[in-house]
Design a protein around this ligand. Structure first.
Ligand code: UDP
Ligand code: MG
Length: 186
């Protein structure tokens, strides 16, 4: 079965939304096979988001939302993107988060759907980000911080494999059968 890596970001933990978030994944039939609460050091978060730092398309797209904002217009979109990347790493470093491995049928894309799109303001209202948070690019940029959207979820099967290795050792991922697995899948 496919695996996804999900993080409940510090705003989700501080707002005491963890139980509701985890329930949504379990209710959809997905199996939690690893879970830990921790306060990650910056190095670990840097590793988690390393592929974004090396992704010029992401840096330019993030930077383009800031381009033209007073006082920073002399920087390139890529440089502005790198500033947001650093803020993003700060947002998760040294604060409590929950890391999970979740398994199930095409779980990566299904979890992205349940989580909703990056900006809570424009996320589907039935999604977790759309129903439990309301941040917007406008407010995040005005306050010089990254978007607060309560959850991270892997965006592809190969990203999930890399991200799982960042947060978990092989022996921390458990092998067990959910009581409804046969009813769901076989
Ligand atoms: N982010 C941001 N501004 C942007 C794009 C992303 O602050 O313009 C933050 C946001 O917290 C997001 C994270 O960077 O969750 C990772 O970005 P990605 O594009 O991977 O979004 P996600 O996969 O989390 O929806
Ligand atoms: Mg992503």
């Amino acid at each position: 079965m496919e695996k996804s890596l999900v993080l409940i970001k510090p705003d989700g933990v501080y707002r005491a939304l963890t139980g509701r978030i985890i329930s949504r994944f379990e209710d959809a039939g997905f199996k939690i096979t690893a879970m830990k609460m921790l306060i990650p050091e910056r190095k670990l978060v840097e590793k988690h988001y390393d592929s974004l730092r090396r992704n010029d398309e992401w840096l330019n797209s993030v930077g383009s939302k800031l381009k033209g904002k007073d006082g920073i217009s002399n920087k390139t979109e890529r440089e502005l993107g790198l500033t947001v990347w650093n803020q993003l790493v700060d947002y998760l470093s040294g604060k409590p988060i929950i890391a999970m491995v979740i398994e199930g049928n095409e779980v990566v894309s299904s979890i992205r759907k349940i989580v909703g799109s990056t900006e809570p303001k424009s996320a589907e209202p039935s999604s977790l980000r759309g129903s439990l948070s309301n941040d917007s690019y406008g407010l995040a940029n005005a306050n010089n911080r990254p978007i607060r959207n309560i959850i991270h979820a892997s965006s592809s099967v190969s990203d999930a494999e890399e991200e799982i290795n960042v947060w978990f050792k092989k022996e921390e991922i458990l092998d067990y059968e959910r009581a409804d697995e046969r009813i769901q899948y076989y």
